[in-house]
Design a protein around this ligand. Structure first.
Ligand SMILES: C[S@@+](CC[C@H](N)C(=O)[O-])C[C@H]1O[C@@H](n2cnc3c(N)ncnc32)[C@H](O)[C@@H]1O
Length: 279
């Protein structure tokens, strides 16, 4: 079967879309047919299956590690350091300087939901270290979660090709990253001072969350764009429950809460604060 095109007919495509939706919340459209074919074909060959029909049956009935590979194969992990930089500016210039006055304590909880390979969560950690000169007096935890186990592992390692950081000045890079050696020559690794603020956890946003605390800021950017309206609404209702009035929710540049009627107020470009009348 190697090299041969594996046929993906309407019936199997629709079955795969249903499986992806059921397990990830990601709503695939017809436009993604070729992508689906490209992403799953290597695994079908590897398993020696006869085609998409057998593969769908396997996912449907086996679950377990095959399901993990299945979900890992369908996610889109595009990200970058300080992507949509206005969110980090707002964190540094508005949220952090006013935090103690607003709350009367220095316990800060942030969630990067759909953290991909970690650039977002390290950008948050750098922003905190740059803005809070008295950071040792703070109790800070940044939760970084993703459904994709492979990219979460990469995020945890925090090792990046030099080109991922080429937009930044070299003294800034050496402040926050260690130069890789040996097998990692030409790469950079996030310093321990950043890692100490972060804990990584595998989490599927559409399944139950083992989360008890509230989050002052949630970054869920460029994730709900892959969800349909109902999945997005349910997810944001759950975010609402793990935040207090006045807490912040940051979405991606093309995402919004239009017509969800959830009590978040738009306060800037893709930035919301919990509490005021629904959108
Ligand atoms: C395009 S990346 C966005 C990364 C980062 N937030 C940013 O804006 O640069 C989307 C991420 O959402 C994750 N994702 C998709 N569906 C998910 C789900 N049901 N639960 C948790 N993470 C999910 C993907 O694995 C992927 O890493």
């Amino acid at each position: 079967m190697k090299g041969k095109d594996i046929e993906l007919n309407d019936q199997h495509f629709s079955k795969l879309c249903n499986l992806v939706y059921k397990h990830t919340g990601i709503a695939l459209t017809e436009a993604k047919r070729e992508l689906v074919k490209r992403r799953f074909s290597p695994r079908i060959r590897e398993l020696g299956l006869r085609g998409f029909s057998e593969y769908c049956d396997l996912i449907d009935h086996k679950g377990g590690s095959e399901l993990t590979l299945f979900t890992n194969a369908i996610t889109t992990n595009l990200t970058s350091f300080f992507r949509e930089s206005h969110h980090f500016d707002y964190l540094k210039n508005e949220i952090l300087p006013n935090f103690y006055r607003k709350h009367g304590h220095r316990k800060l909880r942030i969630w990067s939901a759909g953290c991909s390979t970690g650039e977002e969560v390290y950008s948050i950690a750098i922003s905190l270290r740059e803005a809070l000169l008295d950071i040792d007096r703070w109790d800070i935890k940044i939760l970084a979660t993703d459904i994709d186990t492979d990219i979460l592992h990469q995020a945890n390692r925090g090792i990046y090709e030099a080109k991922r950081l080429e937009a930044f000045p070299s003294d800034w890079i050496s402040k926050w990253f260690k130069k890789g050696r040996g097998a990692n020559a030409g790469r950079y690794q996030a310093k321990q001072s950043l890692k100490d603020l972060i804990y990584f956890q595998h989490l599927n946003l559409i399944e139950p969350w083992p989360i008890r605390n509230k989050f002052d800021v949630i970054f869920c950017r460029n994730v709900i764009i892959y969800f349909d309206f109902d999945t997005k609404k349910k997810l944001v209702e759950r975010f609402h429950k793990v935040q207090n009035d006045g807490d912040y929710l940051f979405l991606g540049h093309s995402e919004n809460l239009h017509n969800t009627h959830i009590a978040y107020e738009l306060i800037g470009k893709s930035m919301y604060v919990k509490g005021k009348a629904g959108c």
